[in-house]
Ligand binder design. Sequence first.
Ligand code: HEC
Length: 191
Amino acid sequence: MSKSTLIAAAAFAAAFVCSPTAGAEDLTALRAEAKGIIMEFAGLLKTELKAGLREGGAARAIEVCNRKAPEIARQLEARHGWRVSRTSLQIRNRDNAPDAFERQAMERFSADLEMGADPDGMVVADVIETPQGRAFRFVKAIPVASLCLDCHGSTLDPDVAAKLDEFYPRDDAVGHQLLGLRGAFTLEKRL
Ligand code: HEC
């Protein structure tokens, strides 16, 4: 079992201990549901991204990501009743800025990555108290794949750089390396 799995398991055990009204099955089910929604989200994003790249290359695909990524997230929220989003420690769209829980999770992922842990399956899950009541939070690491480097790497095509500048004048989501941490999927369900 990797260190991150152990950490996630520990966070999970703590969540269970602190949440006497939630049964173990509930948490297992919530975790599985979160993973399913993320698979759906990632699949839809990749389909749109690839279609955009085919149609007009990376510069065109930026417009697709700009319009479609938030749209897909809202559709999934309506369908599943969870809050669904992406975040990062180096954000492109300011709407995706992390809160304290997400920041802590991603800092843990970065530290684990530096220790050589496998980013696949890095997860932090917990039940937290919020002013609106209890909520299940699920944050899953997104590693950088080669497909991502056209728009998040260190050497950008001038057209891509210009388009990014047009849409995101304050863009911190460049300069990424293959298999580094691009960000995280972040989900929340009110309990
Ligand atoms: C064609 C350019 C392009 C490619 C290729 C691309 N992205 Fe992005 N990415 C964007 C744009 C544009 C946004 C901002 C979307 C928005 O406005 O919500 C973004 C935002 C994100 C975010 C949300 C956090 C933030 O910084 O705002 C994550 C996470 C992300 N991308 C991961 C990836 C991953 C992982 C890959 C590779 C599988 C990838 N991207 C490939 C253009 C791209």
